[in-house]
Design a protein. Structure first.
Lengths: 270, 263
Protein backbone atom coordinates (compact mmCIF):
# COMPACT_ATOMS: atom_id res chain seq x y z
CA UNK A 1 0.00 0.00 0.00
CA UNK A 2 1.27 3.44 -0.80
CA UNK A 3 0.99 5.90 2.01
CA UNK A 4 1.20 9.59 1.43
CA UNK A 5 4.82 9.58 2.57
CA UNK A 6 5.78 7.09 -0.12
CA UNK A 7 4.25 9.06 -2.94
CA UNK A 8 7.29 9.93 -5.06
CA UNK A 9 5.76 13.24 -6.03
CA UNK A 10 5.85 14.28 -2.37
CA UNK A 11 9.07 12.73 -1.13
CA UNK A 12 11.34 13.39 -4.09
CA UNK A 13 13.13 16.67 -3.84
CA UNK A 14 12.01 18.81 -6.73
CA UNK A 15 14.91 18.81 -9.17
CA UNK A 16 16.00 22.27 -10.16
CA UNK A 17 17.05 22.93 -13.71
CA UNK A 18 20.62 23.83 -14.71
CA UNK A 19 19.52 27.45 -15.14
CA UNK A 20 17.90 27.62 -11.71
CA UNK A 21 21.01 26.31 -10.01
CA UNK A 22 23.34 28.77 -11.72
CA UNK A 23 21.05 31.73 -12.21
CA UNK A 24 23.37 34.33 -10.65
CA UNK A 25 26.40 33.24 -12.68
CA UNK A 26 24.43 33.01 -15.93
CA UNK A 27 22.75 36.40 -15.60
CA UNK A 28 25.86 38.17 -14.35
CA UNK A 29 28.12 36.48 -16.90
CA UNK A 30 25.85 37.31 -19.83
CA UNK A 31 25.59 40.94 -18.74
CA UNK A 32 29.39 41.25 -18.69
CA UNK A 33 29.73 39.54 -22.10
CA UNK A 34 27.08 41.77 -23.65
CA UNK A 35 28.74 44.90 -22.24
CA UNK A 36 32.10 43.81 -23.69
CA UNK A 37 30.45 43.01 -27.04
CA UNK A 38 28.87 46.47 -27.25
CA UNK A 39 32.16 48.07 -26.29
CA UNK A 40 34.00 46.05 -28.93
CA UNK A 41 31.42 46.94 -31.56
CA UNK A 42 31.76 50.65 -30.78
CA UNK A 43 35.54 50.34 -30.95
CA UNK A 44 35.60 48.46 -34.28
CA UNK A 45 33.06 50.85 -35.78
CA UNK A 46 35.45 53.69 -35.01
CA UNK A 47 33.09 55.47 -32.62
CA UNK A 48 35.77 55.68 -29.89
CA UNK A 49 38.80 57.97 -30.07
CA UNK A 50 41.97 55.92 -29.37
CA UNK A 51 43.44 58.95 -27.64
CA UNK A 52 40.94 58.93 -24.77
CA UNK A 53 39.63 55.42 -24.73
CA UNK A 54 40.35 52.00 -26.11
CA UNK A 55 38.64 48.77 -27.13
CA UNK A 56 38.70 45.22 -25.75
CA UNK A 57 40.65 43.82 -28.68
CA UNK A 58 43.31 46.50 -28.30
CA UNK A 59 43.66 45.71 -24.58
CA UNK A 60 44.06 42.01 -25.30
CA UNK A 61 46.54 42.68 -28.09
CA UNK A 62 48.57 44.93 -25.79
CA UNK A 63 48.48 42.29 -23.09
CA UNK A 64 49.82 39.59 -25.42
CA UNK A 65 52.50 41.93 -26.72
CA UNK A 66 53.63 42.99 -23.25
CA UNK A 67 53.49 39.44 -21.93
CA UNK A 68 55.62 37.93 -24.70
CA UNK A 69 57.99 40.77 -25.52
CA UNK A 70 57.63 43.48 -22.88
CA UNK A 71 58.42 43.48 -19.20
CA UNK A 72 54.90 42.73 -17.94
CA UNK A 73 56.03 39.56 -16.18
CA UNK A 74 58.74 41.45 -14.30
CA UNK A 75 56.28 44.17 -13.34
CA UNK A 76 53.77 41.62 -12.07
CA UNK A 77 56.44 39.81 -10.06
CA UNK A 78 57.63 43.11 -8.58
CA UNK A 79 54.13 44.20 -7.57
CA UNK A 80 53.31 40.71 -6.31
CA UNK A 81 56.40 40.72 -4.11
CA UNK A 82 55.51 44.11 -2.65
CA UNK A 83 52.00 42.91 -1.96
CA UNK A 84 52.94 39.60 -0.34
CA UNK A 85 55.63 41.06 1.94
CA UNK A 86 53.58 44.12 2.89
CA UNK A 87 50.30 42.33 3.55
CA UNK A 88 52.05 39.37 5.22
CA UNK A 89 53.89 41.66 7.62
CA UNK A 90 50.68 43.64 8.25
CA UNK A 91 48.73 40.50 9.15
CA UNK A 92 51.44 39.17 11.45
CA UNK A 93 52.05 42.43 13.33
CA UNK A 94 48.37 43.44 13.24
CA UNK A 95 47.22 40.21 14.87
CA UNK A 96 49.94 40.21 17.53
CA UNK A 97 49.56 43.87 18.55
CA UNK A 98 45.77 43.59 18.25
CA UNK A 99 45.67 40.65 20.65
CA UNK A 100 47.93 42.40 23.16
CA UNK A 101 46.05 45.71 23.02
CA UNK A 102 42.66 43.97 23.05
CA UNK A 103 43.56 41.89 26.08
CA UNK A 104 45.33 44.43 28.31
CA UNK A 105 42.97 47.34 29.02
CA UNK A 106 45.72 49.68 30.23
CA UNK A 107 47.79 49.20 27.07
CA UNK A 108 44.68 50.03 25.08
CA UNK A 109 44.24 53.27 27.03
CA UNK A 110 47.88 54.21 26.36
CA UNK A 111 47.94 53.39 22.65
CA UNK A 112 44.43 54.34 21.65
CA UNK A 113 45.14 58.07 20.99
CA UNK A 114 48.04 57.23 18.68
CA UNK A 115 46.10 54.58 16.85
CA UNK A 116 43.08 56.80 16.39
CA UNK A 117 45.29 59.61 15.05
CA UNK A 118 47.10 57.32 12.61
CA UNK A 119 43.91 55.54 11.62
CA UNK A 120 42.12 58.76 10.75
CA UNK A 121 45.07 60.16 8.76
CA UNK A 122 44.72 59.39 5.05
CA UNK A 123 47.68 57.09 4.49
CA UNK A 124 48.41 58.67 1.12
CA UNK A 125 49.45 61.82 2.97
CA UNK A 126 52.31 59.87 4.55
CA UNK A 127 53.81 58.76 1.24
CA UNK A 128 56.27 61.69 0.85
CA UNK A 129 57.53 60.95 4.35
CA UNK A 130 57.84 57.25 3.60
CA UNK A 131 59.86 58.04 0.48
CA UNK A 132 62.22 60.15 2.59
CA UNK A 133 62.63 57.30 5.08
CA UNK A 134 62.90 54.34 2.75
CA UNK A 135 64.02 55.85 -0.60
CA UNK A 136 62.37 55.01 -3.90
CA UNK A 137 63.35 51.33 -3.85
CA UNK A 138 61.20 48.32 -3.01
CA UNK A 139 61.06 48.98 0.76
CA UNK A 140 59.13 52.21 0.46
CA UNK A 141 56.54 50.35 -1.65
CA UNK A 142 56.38 47.48 0.84
CA UNK A 143 55.92 49.92 3.68
CA UNK A 144 53.09 51.73 1.91
CA UNK A 145 51.34 48.38 1.42
CA UNK A 146 52.04 47.52 5.04
CA UNK A 147 50.63 50.71 6.50
CA UNK A 148 47.50 50.38 4.37
CA UNK A 149 46.87 46.77 5.33
CA UNK A 150 47.90 46.99 8.99
CA UNK A 151 44.99 48.97 10.42
CA UNK A 152 42.06 46.81 9.35
CA UNK A 153 43.80 43.76 10.81
CA UNK A 154 44.66 45.59 14.03
CA UNK A 155 41.24 47.16 14.57
CA UNK A 156 39.34 43.95 13.83
CA UNK A 157 41.62 41.85 16.03
CA UNK A 158 41.16 44.25 18.95
CA UNK A 159 37.40 44.05 18.43
CA UNK A 160 37.52 40.26 18.25
CA UNK A 161 39.50 39.90 21.47
CA UNK A 162 37.26 42.38 23.28
CA UNK A 163 34.10 40.56 22.26
CA UNK A 164 35.21 37.41 24.07
CA UNK A 165 32.15 35.68 25.50
CA UNK A 166 31.98 36.19 29.30
CA UNK A 167 30.09 32.92 29.79
CA UNK A 168 32.86 30.99 28.04
CA UNK A 169 35.52 32.72 30.14
CA UNK A 170 33.63 31.72 33.29
CA UNK A 171 33.29 28.12 32.10
CA UNK A 172 37.01 27.97 31.30
CA UNK A 173 37.89 29.34 34.72
CA UNK A 174 35.56 26.85 36.41
CA UNK A 175 37.59 24.08 34.75
CA UNK A 176 40.79 25.57 36.14
CA UNK A 177 42.07 26.75 32.76
CA UNK A 178 45.36 28.69 32.95
CA UNK A 179 45.62 32.15 31.37
CA UNK A 180 47.44 30.62 28.42
CA UNK A 181 44.77 27.94 28.01
CA UNK A 182 42.05 30.58 28.18
CA UNK A 183 43.87 32.53 25.50
CA UNK A 184 44.36 29.61 23.12
CA UNK A 185 40.99 27.91 23.61
CA UNK A 186 38.60 30.83 24.16
CA UNK A 187 40.02 34.22 23.21
CA UNK A 188 41.87 33.33 20.01
CA UNK A 189 39.28 31.03 18.38
CA UNK A 190 36.60 33.59 19.23
CA UNK A 191 38.61 36.31 17.52
CA UNK A 192 39.35 34.32 14.36
CA UNK A 193 36.25 35.42 12.40
CA UNK A 194 37.07 39.05 13.24
CA UNK A 195 40.72 38.59 12.27
CA UNK A 196 39.70 37.10 8.93
CA UNK A 197 37.39 40.03 8.25
CA UNK A 198 40.43 42.21 8.90
CA UNK A 199 42.49 40.08 6.51
CA UNK A 200 39.89 40.48 3.78
CA UNK A 201 39.95 44.26 4.19
CA UNK A 202 43.77 44.21 4.39
CA UNK A 203 43.95 42.41 1.05
CA UNK A 204 41.78 45.06 -0.62
CA UNK A 205 43.63 48.00 0.95
CA UNK A 206 47.02 46.35 0.37
CA UNK A 207 46.24 46.18 -3.33
CA UNK A 208 45.52 49.91 -3.34
CA UNK A 209 48.81 50.41 -1.50
CA UNK A 210 50.72 48.52 -4.21
CA UNK A 211 49.36 50.65 -7.02
CA UNK A 212 49.58 53.98 -5.24
CA UNK A 213 53.08 53.26 -3.91
CA UNK A 214 54.43 52.48 -7.35
CA UNK A 215 52.95 55.65 -8.78
CA UNK A 216 55.21 57.70 -6.51
CA UNK A 217 58.81 57.27 -7.58
CA UNK A 218 60.44 54.12 -8.81
CA UNK A 219 60.28 52.58 -12.26
CA UNK A 220 58.80 49.13 -11.83
CA UNK A 221 55.50 47.40 -11.12
CA UNK A 222 51.92 47.50 -12.35
CA UNK A 223 51.26 50.85 -10.69
CA UNK A 224 54.25 52.36 -12.48
CA UNK A 225 53.11 50.79 -15.75
CA UNK A 226 49.64 52.33 -15.46
CA UNK A 227 51.05 55.71 -14.46
CA UNK A 228 53.61 55.72 -17.27
CA UNK A 229 51.01 54.55 -19.79
CA UNK A 230 48.80 57.47 -18.79
CA UNK A 231 51.58 60.03 -19.10
CA UNK A 232 52.43 58.78 -22.61
CA UNK A 233 48.79 58.53 -23.74
CA UNK A 234 48.91 54.74 -24.17
CA UNK A 235 45.31 54.22 -23.12
CA UNK A 236 45.38 50.51 -23.90
CA UNK A 237 48.31 50.00 -21.50
CA UNK A 238 46.40 51.87 -18.80
CA UNK A 239 43.33 49.75 -19.39
CA UNK A 240 45.32 46.54 -19.37
CA UNK A 241 46.83 47.51 -16.01
CA UNK A 242 43.46 48.40 -14.55
CA UNK A 243 41.95 45.11 -15.72
CA UNK A 244 44.85 43.14 -14.24
CA UNK A 245 44.54 44.95 -10.90
CA UNK A 246 40.79 44.43 -10.85
CA UNK A 247 41.27 40.75 -11.64
CA UNK A 248 43.83 40.37 -8.84
CA UNK A 249 41.41 42.11 -6.50
CA UNK A 250 38.56 39.77 -7.39
CA UNK A 251 40.67 36.62 -7.02
CA UNK A 252 42.25 37.71 -3.72
CA UNK A 253 38.96 38.79 -2.18
CA UNK A 254 37.40 35.51 -3.25
CA UNK A 255 40.26 33.60 -1.61
CA UNK A 256 39.91 35.63 1.59
CA UNK A 257 36.17 34.96 1.66
CA UNK A 258 36.79 31.25 1.18
CA UNK A 259 39.20 31.33 4.10
CA UNK A 260 36.66 33.20 6.21
CA UNK A 261 33.97 30.68 5.43
CA UNK A 262 36.27 27.76 6.14
CA UNK A 263 36.94 29.06 9.63
CA UNK A 264 33.28 29.86 10.33
CA UNK A 265 31.91 26.36 9.75
CA UNK A 266 30.84 26.22 13.39
CA UNK A 267 28.70 29.33 13.11
CA UNK A 268 24.97 28.85 12.77
CA UNK A 269 23.87 29.06 9.15
CA UNK A 270 22.78 32.52 8.18
CA UNK B 1 31.35 16.46 52.46
CA UNK B 2 30.72 20.08 51.57
CA UNK B 3 30.74 22.33 54.58
CA UNK B 4 29.56 25.92 54.27
CA UNK B 5 29.81 27.88 57.49
CA UNK B 6 28.27 31.31 58.07
CA UNK B 7 29.09 32.58 54.62
CA UNK B 8 28.55 36.28 53.96
CA UNK B 9 28.85 38.09 50.66
CA UNK B 10 28.35 41.80 50.08
CA UNK B 11 28.65 43.78 46.91
CA UNK B 12 28.25 47.39 45.93
CA UNK B 13 25.88 48.75 43.34
CA UNK B 14 28.04 50.56 40.78
CA UNK B 15 25.52 53.35 40.16
CA UNK B 16 25.01 54.74 43.67
CA UNK B 17 27.56 52.87 45.77
CA UNK B 18 24.78 51.25 47.78
CA UNK B 19 25.80 48.11 49.64
CA UNK B 20 23.78 44.96 49.04
CA UNK B 21 24.07 41.92 51.26
CA UNK B 22 23.72 39.04 48.81
CA UNK B 23 24.32 36.29 51.35
CA UNK B 24 24.13 36.54 55.11
CA UNK B 25 25.32 33.81 57.46
CA UNK B 26 24.57 30.98 55.06
CA UNK B 27 25.38 27.61 56.57
CA UNK B 28 24.84 24.35 54.75
CA UNK B 29 26.27 20.85 54.89
CA UNK B 30 26.00 18.44 52.00
CA UNK B 31 27.00 14.81 52.50
CA UNK B 32 29.02 12.84 49.95
CA UNK B 33 26.77 11.43 47.25
CA UNK B 34 23.87 13.59 48.35
CA UNK B 35 21.62 15.47 45.94
CA UNK B 36 20.94 18.88 47.48
CA UNK B 37 18.57 21.31 45.82
CA UNK B 38 18.41 25.00 46.70
CA UNK B 39 15.24 26.92 45.92
CA UNK B 40 14.40 30.54 46.47
CA UNK B 41 12.97 33.59 44.74
CA UNK B 42 14.93 35.50 42.10
CA UNK B 43 17.60 37.59 43.74
CA UNK B 44 17.93 35.45 46.85
CA UNK B 45 21.59 34.87 46.06
CA UNK B 46 21.35 31.19 45.20
CA UNK B 47 23.37 31.60 42.04
CA UNK B 48 25.88 33.74 43.94
CA UNK B 49 26.19 30.94 46.47
CA UNK B 50 26.83 28.41 43.72
CA UNK B 51 29.44 30.63 42.09
CA UNK B 52 31.19 31.00 45.44
CA UNK B 53 31.23 27.24 45.95
CA UNK B 54 32.58 26.92 42.40
CA UNK B 55 35.37 29.29 43.40
CA UNK B 56 34.46 31.79 40.70
CA UNK B 57 33.75 34.73 42.98
CA UNK B 58 35.26 35.64 46.37
CA UNK B 59 33.29 35.93 49.61
CA UNK B 60 33.65 38.27 52.55
CA UNK B 61 33.14 36.29 55.74
CA UNK B 62 32.74 32.69 56.80
CA UNK B 63 34.40 29.46 55.79
CA UNK B 64 33.89 26.78 53.21
CA UNK B 65 35.48 23.39 52.69
CA UNK B 66 35.14 20.17 50.73
CA UNK B 67 36.29 17.06 52.60
CA UNK B 68 38.16 19.31 55.00
CA UNK B 69 40.04 21.26 52.31
CA UNK B 70 39.35 24.97 52.20
CA UNK B 71 37.87 26.29 48.95
CA UNK B 72 39.96 29.08 47.49
CA UNK B 73 39.14 29.28 43.82
CA UNK B 74 38.13 26.75 41.17
CA UNK B 75 39.30 23.19 41.67
CA UNK B 76 39.32 19.84 39.93
CA UNK B 77 37.06 18.46 42.67
CA UNK B 78 34.15 20.54 41.31
CA UNK B 79 32.48 20.98 37.95
CA UNK B 80 29.74 23.44 37.02
CA UNK B 81 26.76 23.00 34.72
CA UNK B 82 25.75 26.54 33.86
CA UNK B 83 22.28 27.78 33.03
CA UNK B 84 23.45 28.83 29.59
CA UNK B 85 25.20 25.84 28.16
CA UNK B 86 28.37 27.91 27.54
CA UNK B 87 29.71 25.41 25.06
CA UNK B 88 32.58 26.43 22.81
CA UNK B 89 30.79 27.07 19.52
CA UNK B 90 33.90 26.28 17.44
CA UNK B 91 34.37 22.87 19.00
CA UNK B 92 32.42 19.79 18.06
CA UNK B 93 30.37 17.96 20.68
CA UNK B 94 33.27 15.58 21.31
CA UNK B 95 35.65 18.54 21.58
CA UNK B 96 33.37 20.20 24.11
CA UNK B 97 32.97 17.09 26.25
CA UNK B 98 36.76 16.76 26.27
CA UNK B 99 37.27 20.43 27.15
CA UNK B 100 37.15 20.20 30.95
CA UNK B 101 39.49 17.21 31.01
CA UNK B 102 41.84 18.98 28.61
CA UNK B 103 42.07 22.05 30.83
CA UNK B 104 42.64 20.01 33.97
CA UNK B 105 45.26 17.71 32.42
CA UNK B 106 44.47 14.83 34.76
CA UNK B 107 44.02 12.15 32.11
CA UNK B 108 46.24 10.97 29.28
CA UNK B 109 45.04 11.20 25.68
CA UNK B 110 43.75 7.63 25.48
CA UNK B 111 41.76 7.95 28.71
CA UNK B 112 40.32 11.26 27.56
CA UNK B 113 39.13 9.67 24.32
CA UNK B 114 37.60 6.79 26.23
CA UNK B 115 35.86 9.04 28.74
CA UNK B 116 34.61 11.35 26.00
CA UNK B 117 32.94 8.42 24.24
CA UNK B 118 31.60 7.05 27.50
CA UNK B 119 29.94 10.25 28.65
CA UNK B 120 28.56 11.15 25.24
CA UNK B 121 26.88 7.76 25.30
CA UNK B 122 25.72 8.25 28.89
CA UNK B 123 23.87 11.46 28.04
CA UNK B 124 22.43 9.81 24.93
CA UNK B 125 24.24 11.78 22.24
CA UNK B 126 26.07 9.00 20.39
CA UNK B 127 26.27 9.87 16.72
CA UNK B 128 26.46 13.60 17.38
CA UNK B 129 30.19 13.64 18.19
CA UNK B 130 31.13 15.62 15.08
CA UNK B 131 28.25 18.10 15.24
CA UNK B 132 28.69 21.69 16.35
CA UNK B 133 26.65 23.07 19.28
CA UNK B 134 24.69 25.40 16.99
CA UNK B 135 23.28 22.32 15.26
CA UNK B 136 21.80 21.01 18.53
CA UNK B 137 18.61 21.87 20.39
CA UNK B 138 18.74 23.55 23.80
CA UNK B 139 18.07 20.28 25.61
CA UNK B 140 20.82 18.51 23.72
CA UNK B 141 23.23 21.35 24.45
CA UNK B 142 22.53 20.97 28.15
CA UNK B 143 23.29 17.25 27.86
CA UNK B 144 26.68 18.15 26.37
CA UNK B 145 27.18 20.61 29.21
CA UNK B 146 26.42 17.83 31.69
CA UNK B 147 28.67 15.35 29.89
CA UNK B 148 31.52 17.88 29.92
CA UNK B 149 31.13 18.31 33.68
CA UNK B 150 30.89 14.57 34.40
CA UNK B 151 33.82 13.70 32.13
CA UNK B 152 36.10 15.92 34.24
CA UNK B 153 35.37 13.47 37.07
CA UNK B 154 34.58 15.95 39.85
CA UNK B 155 33.58 14.89 43.35
CA UNK B 156 30.93 17.61 43.35
CA UNK B 157 28.61 18.63 40.56
CA UNK B 158 27.30 22.20 40.78
CA UNK B 159 24.22 22.86 38.68
CA UNK B 160 22.91 26.39 38.19
CA UNK B 161 19.30 26.22 36.95
CA UNK B 162 20.46 24.00 34.10
CA UNK B 163 16.96 23.38 32.72
CA UNK B 164 15.52 26.87 33.22
CA UNK B 165 15.87 27.82 29.57
CA UNK B 166 14.18 24.67 28.27
CA UNK B 167 10.52 24.26 27.41
CA UNK B 168 8.36 22.46 29.96
CA UNK B 169 8.27 19.12 28.17
CA UNK B 170 11.99 18.95 27.49
CA UNK B 171 12.63 19.98 31.08
CA UNK B 172 10.59 17.09 32.52
CA UNK B 173 12.39 14.70 30.25
CA UNK B 174 15.78 16.11 31.22
CA UNK B 175 14.94 15.81 34.93
CA UNK B 176 14.19 12.11 34.56
CA UNK B 177 17.31 11.72 32.45
CA UNK B 178 19.43 13.54 35.04
CA UNK B 179 18.25 11.16 37.77
CA UNK B 180 19.11 8.18 35.60
CA UNK B 181 22.60 9.55 34.91
CA UNK B 182 23.14 10.57 38.51
CA UNK B 183 22.19 7.07 39.72
CA UNK B 184 25.12 5.78 37.68
CA UNK B 185 27.64 8.55 38.34
CA UNK B 186 26.75 9.05 42.04
CA UNK B 187 28.23 12.49 42.51
CA UNK B 188 27.50 14.97 45.24
CA UNK B 189 25.18 17.51 43.64
CA UNK B 190 24.17 21.04 44.49
CA UNK B 191 21.29 21.93 42.23
CA UNK B 192 19.96 25.51 42.03
CA UNK B 193 16.42 26.02 40.78
CA UNK B 194 13.49 28.36 41.23
CA UNK B 195 11.03 25.54 40.63
CA UNK B 196 9.96 23.80 43.80
CA UNK B 197 8.56 20.80 41.99
CA UNK B 198 11.83 20.23 40.16
CA UNK B 199 13.71 20.41 43.45
CA UNK B 200 11.41 17.94 45.21
CA UNK B 201 11.49 15.50 42.32
CA UNK B 202 15.28 15.46 42.06
CA UNK B 203 16.74 16.00 45.50
CA UNK B 204 17.43 14.17 48.73
CA UNK B 205 17.06 17.46 50.58
CA UNK B 206 15.76 20.87 49.58
CA UNK B 207 17.10 24.06 51.14
CA UNK B 208 14.86 27.14 50.96
CA UNK B 209 16.53 30.52 50.72
CA UNK B 210 15.02 33.93 51.36
CA UNK B 211 15.94 37.15 49.62
CA UNK B 212 17.75 40.29 50.75
CA UNK B 213 19.70 39.31 52.61
CA UNK B 214 19.96 35.81 51.23
CA UNK B 215 19.87 33.23 54.00
CA UNK B 216 18.81 29.63 54.47
CA UNK B 217 15.29 29.59 55.87
CA UNK B 218 14.73 25.91 56.20
CA UNK B 219 15.72 22.48 54.92
CA UNK B 220 13.29 19.72 53.88
CA UNK B 221 14.05 16.01 53.75
CA UNK B 222 12.59 14.39 50.65
CA UNK B 223 11.67 10.84 51.66
CA UNK B 224 10.71 9.36 48.28
CA UNK B 225 12.37 6.13 47.20
CA UNK B 226 14.66 5.97 44.22
CA UNK B 227 14.46 5.34 41.34
CA UNK B 228 11.74 7.96 41.01
CA UNK B 229 9.31 8.05 38.11
CA UNK B 230 7.89 11.25 36.62
CA UNK B 231 4.46 10.07 37.87
CA UNK B 232 5.68 10.81 41.38
CA UNK B 233 4.89 14.46 40.69
CA UNK B 234 1.17 13.57 40.80
CA UNK B 235 1.47 11.67 44.11
CA UNK B 236 -0.50 13.40 46.94
CA UNK B 237 2.47 13.14 49.31
CA UNK B 238 4.61 14.88 46.70
CA UNK B 239 2.08 17.66 46.27
CA UNK B 240 1.78 18.07 50.03
CA UNK B 241 5.54 18.41 50.41
CA UNK B 242 5.66 20.83 47.52
CA UNK B 243 2.95 22.85 49.22
CA UNK B 244 4.70 23.08 52.58
CA UNK B 245 7.91 24.21 50.89
CA UNK B 246 5.86 26.75 48.98
CA UNK B 247 4.40 28.08 52.23
CA UNK B 248 7.87 28.65 53.67
CA UNK B 249 8.94 30.42 50.51
CA UNK B 250 5.78 32.53 50.54
CA UNK B 251 6.62 34.04 53.90
CA UNK B 252 9.30 35.92 52.05
CA UNK B 253 7.95 39.38 51.24
CA UNK B 254 9.66 39.50 47.85
CA UNK B 255 8.50 36.39 46.08
CA UNK B 256 8.49 37.74 42.58
CA UNK B 257 9.82 35.25 40.09
CA UNK B 258 8.90 32.25 42.15
CA UNK B 259 6.99 29.58 40.28
CA UNK B 260 4.69 27.36 42.25
CA UNK B 261 3.53 24.81 39.78
CA UNK B 262 4.85 25.91 36.43
CA UNK B 263 5.73 22.96 34.16
Amino acid sequence: MTTIQDDPALTERPRRSFYERHEAVILGGSAVLIAIAIWQWAWSAGKISPLFFTGPSAVVARFIEEWTMGRLKEDLAYSGTNFVIGVGAAIATGVITGVVIGWYKRLAMIFEPFLTALYSTPRVALIPLILIWFGIGIWSKVFIVFINAFFPVLINTIGGVRSTDRDLLRAARAYCASDWQIFTTIVLPGAVPFILTGVRQAVALGLIGVVVGEMFGGSQGIGYMVNYGGQTFQTDTVFMGVVLIAFAGIVLTWLAERLERHFSRWRPER
Amino acid sequence: MIHIDRLTKRYYVERDGRQVVALSDVSLTVANGEFMAIVGPSGCGKTTLLNIVAGLIPYDLGAMSIDGRRIEGPGVDRAVVFQHSSLLPWRTIAGNVRYGMEMQKRFDAATMRERTDHFIKLVGLSGFEKHYPSELSGGMQQRVNLARALAADPAVLLMDEPFAALDAQTREFMQAELLKIWSQARKTVIFITHQINEAVYLADRVAVMSARPGRVKGIFEIPFERPRQLGLKRDPRFLQLEDSIWQLVEETPERIGMAKTAS
